[in-house]
Design a protein around this ligand. Structure first.
Ligand SMILES: [Zn+2]
Length: 248
């Protein structure tokens, strides 16, 4: 009896230890992802090296995500990311804003594509608040996943386009979600989120989003990993249209 107890105790401690280790490992992959994304944005890494580093990091993240209870939430339960808004009024141009041609995550020099949907809020006076409620609007996670990278201190002088952003790895879809132009972000690198969890608030950060002519919106991109582990844009229009709308 005592032997069994000791054995069980040992087993539990080993479990805790490996959970601790995998968390450290995950955080290390998150910071590698951050560094890589910075290097791509500054064009201080070649597209080839960037793509090699990317596949290495994502393989690591994927192997850790496997241990999480990752696919308990079906894609059916996806939540429309702009709280209190219906897809039909929020999605820009009824989905025609999605233009994936020429996109390359690893090459900042390539311009002109928009492999994303812009999800708008009602904000005529450009104060990042809903005109009807006068309140900030929450950005909710569309799916479940791991927060890979967060930017929450964007400065206009940086000239960076995404402003304050969140990158999420979704193991069920084996892809990355990129949410941009937040006013503020409330999640941290390495944490696990579920559909409908608050990521932050809609804002106007980012080179173009901050300009007067831009309507306040959330930029949402999804990149699915192909068989080589490389990110390919995928149109989420239908999934967004059928996602769950939350109350204000
Ligand atoms: Zn956009």
């Amino acid at each position: 009896m005592r032997k069994t107890l000791v054995f069980l105790l040992l087993l539990l401690t080993a479990g805790w230890r490996s959970a601790e280790n995998s968390n450290d490992l995950l955080l290390s992959y998150c910071s590698q992802f951050r560094e890589l994304y910075e290097n791509i944005a500054n064009a201080s890494i070649s597209p080839d090296s960037a793509s090699r580093a990317f596949t290495h990091i994502m393989q690591g993240v994927k192997s850790i995500a496997f241990y999480q209870d990752s696919c308990q939430f079906d894609t059916i339960q996806a939540v429309f990311p702009v709280k209190g808004y219906r897809p039909v009024v929020s999605i820009g141009g009824q989905g025609r804003g999605y233009k994936p041609d020429g996109f390359d995550l690893f090459d900042v020099e390539v311009k002109g594509s928009h492999p994303a949907h812009d999800l708008f809020i009602l904000d005529r006076n450009r104060d990042s608040r809903d005109d009807r409620t006068k309140e900030p609007v929450d950005i909710l996670s569309f799916s479940s996943g791991i927060i890979l990278d967060v930017q929450n201190d964007w400065q206009p002088e940086s000239g960076r386009r995404g402003g304050n952003y969140v990158w999420i790895y979704d193991p069920c879809r084996n892809g990355l979600f990129y949410y941009a132009h937040f006013n503020s972000v409330v999640v941290e690198q390495g944490s696990w989120i579920n559909p409908g969890d608050k990521l932050g608030e809609v804002g106007r950060t980012g080179l173009n989003a901050t300009r007067k002519r831009s309507d306040t919106h959330l930029h949402l991109m999804f990149l699915r990993m192909n068989t080589q582990g490389l990110p390919v844009p995928e149109n989420t229009f239908e999934q967004l249209m059928s996602s769950r709308v939350t109350a204000k």
